[in-house]
Design a protein around this ligand. Structure first.
Ligand SMILES: Nc1ncnc2c1ncn2[C@@H]1O[C@H](COP(=O)(O)OP(=O)(O)OP(=O)(O)O)[C@@H](O)[C@H]1O
Ligand SMILES: C[C@@](O)(CCOP(=O)(O)OP(=O)(O)O)CC(=O)O
Length: 401
């Protein structure tokens, strides 16, 4: 890459978020405007993150993108909307010759990779679009509110622009300019909060979220009732988070998940994201809460069979031991590869607990467990070694993840 080519590059990472108040339904498919507000928890990036390098150079002859080592088309309307909107805002800020300085007259190359399975119900699109928008914002000097741009890539992505506990406000303007995310509490607010993701399947889901929620809005009568309830639930859970009231947080989280899957079942034809294993996890969580005499763990399921459990740090050994007992790993798996993100000496449940829980043991039904904390929003990587471009400006094409 010659000096004359003006190669400029920025590398960022962005987190996954898992909603406790679910987004499921749009009022505007093109602008991606939701039928209701939603609220999520941003997870730690050590375990789950997208990493994206974006570059401009006068030697690039077209916009291009590589995801997990494989070139993707940039012609999808969602990528195009994101690129168009970032460039539009950057143009507004700059005038005349300075457009060249920030590469606005040049093409962009995007290289991204996820450190977890893509398109497998683990919110890769949320982390991916948040990362792309954040990195492009840094590259083109677009500051201020950009979560509304990420929203146009994938709705839930707007919430990954912030750490901690994040609300996606519905907004009321037709152009969607006030439909964006805000942080309701930072990641430091509730240091004991933990998440266990029970990966039941990392295969692509049969009905994508975009299509699934569209059919729900068109056909589910229950959906109308749900939409009326969401505001109240959002207020209540926001207050529970503020007060660090785990039982209330947990109950609303579980009721929300159940309602999402109820409207999916009420969709015509019905959509089934949860599997027999998902339902056994629900039974296990309620059983653990019953024998504990308090609500100490909550489940939530998105558009797939994987469970996200929320719980407090002190309860992780107890809950994990029971998960490990009722969903033992396949024979060829060690405990340390079964649970990532946590060092465990021993995970053994008490026989008294086991005797009180009446659910079948399902070996291999949970493939692995990711332990993670609540984490911060996107980060800029300053170490050039972290870039996904070589010094010559070519994408580093590592093995896909
Ligand atoms: N790092 C990334 N950068 C840009 N786009 C990404 C990235 N990761 C995923 N995507 C986009 O998101 C799509 C996957 O979205 P999809 O909704 O099918 O799965 P998911 O987000 O992993 O699951 P879910 O939405 O159910 O949690 C990919 O095909 C790709 O278009
Ligand atoms: C079940 C969910 O995870 C749905 C996420 O839907 P997407 O954000 O993936 O949908 P599009 O806006 O069409 O890209 C619930 C949630 O994250 O709030």
């Amino acid at each position: 890459m010659s000096v004359k080519s003006n190669f400029r590059c920025v590398t960022c990472t962005a987190p996954v978020n898992i909603a406790v108040i679910k987004y499921w339904g749009k009022t505007d498919e093109k602008r991606i405007l939701p039928t209701n507000p939603s609220l999520s928890v941003t997870l730690g990036q050590d375990e789950l993150r997208a990493k994206t390098s974006v570059a401009v150079s006068s030697s690039f002859s077209e916009d291009r993108m590589w995801l997990n080592g494989i070139e993707q088309s940039v012609s999808s309307p969602r990528i195009q909307n994101v690129l168009k909107e970032i460039r539009r805002r950057a143009h507004k800020r700059k005038s005349g010759d300075s457009k060249d300085d920030i590469g606005l007259t040049q093409h962009v190359h995007i290289v991204s990779e996820n450190n977890f399975p893509t398109a497998a119900g683990l919110a890769s699109s949320a982390a991916g679009y948040a990362c792309l928008v954040f990195a492009l914002g840094k590259l083109f000097g677009v500051h201020g509110e950009i979560s509304d741009i990420a929203r146009q890539g994938s709705g839930s992505a707007c919430r990954s622009l912030y750490g901690g506990y994040v609300l996606w406000k519905m907004g009321s303007k037709e152009d969607g300019s006030d439909s964006h995310a805000v942080q309701v509490q930072p990641e430091t607010h509730w240091p004991q909060m933990r998440s266990l993701i029970l990966v039941v399947s990392d295969q692509k889901k049969h009905v994508g979220s975009t299509e699934g929620m569209q059919t729900t809005v068109q056909t589910s009568e229950l959906m109308e009732k749900r939409i009326k309830l969401v505001d109240k639930r959002t207020e209540e859970i926001t207050q529970a988070i503020k007060e660090r009231d785990f039982p209330t947080f947990a109950k609303i989280t579980m009721q929300e998940s159940n309602q999402l899957h109820a409207v999916c079942l009420d969709t015509y034809p019905p959509i089934f994201y949860m599997t027999d294993t998902s339902r056994l996890i629900v039974r296990l969580v309620h059983a653990i809460n019953d024998i504990s005499g308090k609500v100490k763990v909550a489940y939530t399921f998105d558009a797939g069979p994987n469970a996200c459990l929320y719980l407090l740090e002190e309860d992780v050994p107890h809950v994990l031991a029971l998960v490990r007992h009722f969903f033992p790993p396949s024979k060829n798996m060690t405990d340390s590869s079964f649970v990532t993100g946590l060092k465990l000496d021993e995970i053994k449940p008490s026989s008294a607990d086991i005797a009180q829980i009446n659910i079948p043991i399902s070996e291999g039904a949970v493939k692995y467990v990711i332990h993670t904390k609540v984490g911060p929003g996107p980060q800029v990587l300053t170490d050039p070694e972290g870039s996904l471009f070589t010094r010559e400006g070519k994408p580093k094409l590592r093995s896909s993840s």
